[in-house]
Write a protein that binds this ligand. Structure first.
Ligand code: NAP
Length: 249
């Protein structure tokens, strides 16, 4: 089955690197026009836009901290102004500030909750307006298996990712009658800058605990995001899809 998103307009938060970059370019590859946001990586964001444009679609990168409320609605308004509609929102922006609770500072907690969870409130609240008017929309939240099973040293991160799952299910119930599907993807261990710090020994140990015996690629998350964004997923809502090589089952 070929996924066809021709004529759709997508917004991906944190699309300059890693999973967000892979999702943005895959959505464009499937035919969508794509707007990405970023917080720091301007050159990387510009390169993603170049890739989107090279695939024949319209693309745009906007500097916006996903944790800030006001820019989200202004950004969605400018997207619907320029691109006429908004069909797909991927809430992907996220950070880690790991540490055991005893050593976790208030700033580590607040920064993670703002970037990973408040951001989802900010952008979903803004995006549902045009989606309700269109009576269609797909919202995909990039959570984590840490939000499903927890992780020592990641209380802030796991709480933010579990919060995303609760938010996803509540939105699925609120927005179902408007034909807006809301789902979450829970990636396992995916090779990106976020996970680059592991030593070779740590990586080997980790891979032993993954039934598929390897870490994942950002493109393997992007494929599932494209499916959830497509008409093939019209009857799927409120779900958490673990893309983790079988770690959670
Ligand atoms: P990454 O390589 O570190 O990339 C993070 C992206 O998010 C960057 O584009 C970054 O933009 C952006 N970003 C971070 N905070 C932002 C903010 N406040 N406002 C706007 N943009 C922001 O991370 P990744 O591995 O691709 O992770 C992407 C998502 O997948 C995250 O939500 C993460 O929690 C989730 N996830 C990842 C894994 C994994 O194994 N990698 C596993 C489970 C879940 P700048 O470069 O401009 O800062």
């Amino acid at each position: 089955m070929k996924i066809d998103l021709t004529g759709k307009v997508a917004l991906v938060t944190g699309g300059s690197r890693g999973i967000g970059k892979a999702v943005a370019t895959a959505l464009a590859g499937a035919g969508a026009d794509v707007v990405i946001t970023y917080r720091a990586s301007a050159d990387e964001a510009a390169a993603v836009v170049e890739k989107i444009v090279a695939s024949g679609r319209r693309g745009k990168a906007v500097l916006a901290d996903a944790g800030d409320f006001a820019p989200a609605s202004a950004l969605v308004e400018s997207v619907t102004g320029e691109f006429s509609r908004l069909d797909i929102l991927v809430n992907n922006a996220g950070i880690t500030r790991d540490g055991l609770l005893m050593r976790m500072g208030e700033q580590d907690w607040d920064a993670v909750i703002a970037s990973n969870l408040k951001s989802v409130f900010n952008y979903t609240k803004a995006a549902v307006k045009p989606m309700m008017g269109q009576r269609s929309g797909k919202i995909i939240n990039i959570s984590s298996i840490a939000g499903v099973i927890g992780n020592a040293g990641q209380a802030n991160y796991s709480a933010s990712k579990a919060g995303m799952i609760g938010f996803t299910k509540s939105m699925a119930r609120e927005l179902g009658s408007r034909n807006i599907q809301v789902n979450a993807i829970a990636p396992g261990f995916i090779d990106t800058d976020m996970t680059a710090a592991l030593s070779e020994e740590q990586r080997k140990k980790l891979e032993q605990n993954i039934p598929l015996k390897r870490t994942g690629k950002a493109e393997e998350i992007a494929g599932v995001a494209c499916f959830l964004a497509s008409p093939a997923a019209d009857y799927i809502t409120g779900q958490v899809v673990c893309v983790d090589g079988g770690m959670v089952m």
